[in-house]
Design a protein around this ligand. Structure first.
Ligand code: HEM
Length: 467
């Protein structure tokens, strides 16, 4: 540490006013601070045991996320709010060695060949859900995409296909996540004083009853699957049942349950929100829609999912969606373990530092005209993992960082290739807090205009020339 280092500054507004602003209008809170403190700032946005710094400069984010096993700790204590729902053995509530070990077990099923085997299921589920809409129906895109991602998680992650348990889990999990995402009813998760069971009518009592019902179904499923273990099954639960820790032990039922809940909670709503934003941008900007349809037409009918995910313009549209309307605003906190110098500033030990991807993605120096949706940026430039950072990085980098973009491309590609949709509302969608994430305020209201007619196959050259 040199004597030239500066102290991180931040707004002088009283803490409780900052907290209210952050809770109800996070976008204006972040943007106002960013104007005054473009790279990093001290914030009183959240109460807690730690002083908090938000950082949006890619160099600073890189420094933190590449040192979050030593200089910084990807702590579990700061994620305690998730404990009642996810359980003590959730990845999000582990730290240090046990956390790294669990990540090693989880990584393979979410990457490479395994991932590709889920492509057909994702496209089929998308069509099943879309086919339920009638011509002329108005619908909320977020609800439809949520239905798709819930089904994907149940099939691909839980390995549950249809039948009574599937239906029951779908309904119960949907209700549970609604509680979690509503700022009012989720207050009891934030304030442990409200966690008193006053019977089924009290919010905490209701939460406990719902959780008990879900757990019963999950444990039944685990027991049946252990009894009739299928070594060829490709779902993530089956794979996790067969993996072993370094000492040869398998995961316990409680560990499996907590991990399934974690993957569901972290992976379902987030991806659904990104898909709804994707549909919004594509239909809001006719030239984007046109280019995308031209590119998809080169695949002909019934395209191979693997060809679809490789399409450059579709990939750029998905990246630009995750840039301009990122679902997560922040990484999880990383706690400084000793005095650290970050970009000429002193970070004191015990400070919680969070990467703020929302602001990184709005930086004029990286993304000129940042409020403009322009997929071409991703065709013309290569961004570092700390400049384009929708999934965080380092020790807690998103486990779904490959599954989520894969799903996003296949769902948008399948919907655009097969169905005609339009926006029901021409007003721009605004970003609104949705639990810990950001989503479209009105959920993206759309109209289903029917199935798309047979596609004409264009040559790749004519497409490239039209870009
Ligand atoms: C568009 C969709 C998604 C976005 C934007 C997203 C974003 C994120 C972010 C920003 C983090 C924190 C990273 C950090 O602190 O450095 C995270 C963590 C995590 N994500 Fe995602 N995520 C998405 C989808 C998924 C999916 C599909 C899954 C799994 C099925 C998933 C599972 C997780 C888990 C388990 C963690 C915690 C990792 C840990 O504690 O080690 N996410 N995600």
């Amino acid at each position: 540490m040199t004597s030239m280092t500066k102290t991180v500054s931040g707004s002088k507004t009283p803490g409780f006013l900052q907290q209210i602003n952050w809770a109800f209008d996070p976008v204006s809170y972040l943007e106002t601070n960013h104007q005054k403190y473009p790279d990093l700032f001290f914030t009183q946005a959240a109460s807690g045991n730690y002083p908090i710094v938000y950082i949006s400069h890619p160099q600073g984010i890189q420094q933190i996320l590449t040192n979050d096993k030593k200089l910084f700790l990807a702590s579990s204590e700061t994620n305690d709010i998730f404990r009642p729902l996810l359980g003590d053995y959730s990845l999000i509530l582990l730290e240090k060695e046990p956390h790294q070990q669990r990540r090693q077990l989880l990584a393979p099923p979410f990457h490479g060949e395994r991932l590709y085997s889920y492509g057909q299921s994702i496209c089929r589920i998308t069509q099943e859900v879309m086919n339920r809409l009638g011509v002329g129906n108005q619908f909320t895109a977020r609800k439809i995409t949520q239905s798709i991602t819930m089904q994907v998680i149940l099939e691909v992650v839980f390995g549950i296909y249809e039948g009574e348990r599937y239906q029951q889990l779908k309904t119960l999990l949907g209700k549970m996540l609604d509680i979690f995402n509503s700022p009012v009813s989720s207050a009891f998760l934030l304030f442990s004083a409200l966690q008193i069971n006053l019977g089924s009518w009290s919010p905490w009592g209701q939460f406990l009853r719902q959780r008990a019902k879900i757990d019963e179904l999950i444990y039944q499923e685990i027991a049946e699957r252990r009894a009739n273990f299928d070594p060829n099954a490709t779902d993530i639960l089956s794979l996790l049942m067969s993996v072993r820790y370094e000492d040869g032990q398998p995961m316990t039922d409680k560990e499996l349950r907590d991990e399934l809940m974690t993957l569901l909670v972290a992976g379902h709503d987030t991806t659904a929100t990104a898909m709804a934003w994707g549909l919004y941008w594509i239909h809001h900007l006719p030239e984007v829609k046109e280019k995308l349809l031209q590119e998809l037409a080169t695949l002909g009918n019934n395209p191979d999912p693997m060809e679809m995910v490789r399409l450059p313009y579709l990939s750029a549209v998905c990246n630009e969606t995750l840039r301009i309307t990122p679902v997560a605003m922040l990484t999880f906190p990383r706690i400084a373990q000793e005095p650290v110098e970050v970009m000429g500033y002193t970070i004191e030990p015990g400070t919680a530092v969070l990467g703020c991807m929302f602001l990184t993605h709005q930086r004029e120096d990286l993304y000129p005209n940042p409020k403009q949706f322009k997929p071409e940026r991703f065709l013309e430039n290569k961004y570092s993992p700390y400049e384009f950072i929708p999934f965080g990085g380092g020790a807690r980098r998103c486990v779904g960082d490959a599954l989520a973009p894969f799903e996003l491309k296949l769902v948008l590609g399948t919907i655009m290739s097969n169905y005609e949709l339009s926006l029901a509302d021409n007003r721009p969608e605004k970003l609104q807090r949705r639990g810990l994430t950001l989503g479209p305020a009105r959920g993206v209201k759309m109209i289903f205009n029917g199935k798309r007619q047979q596609k004409s196959v264009m040559s790749q050259e004519s497409l490239v020339s039209s870009h």
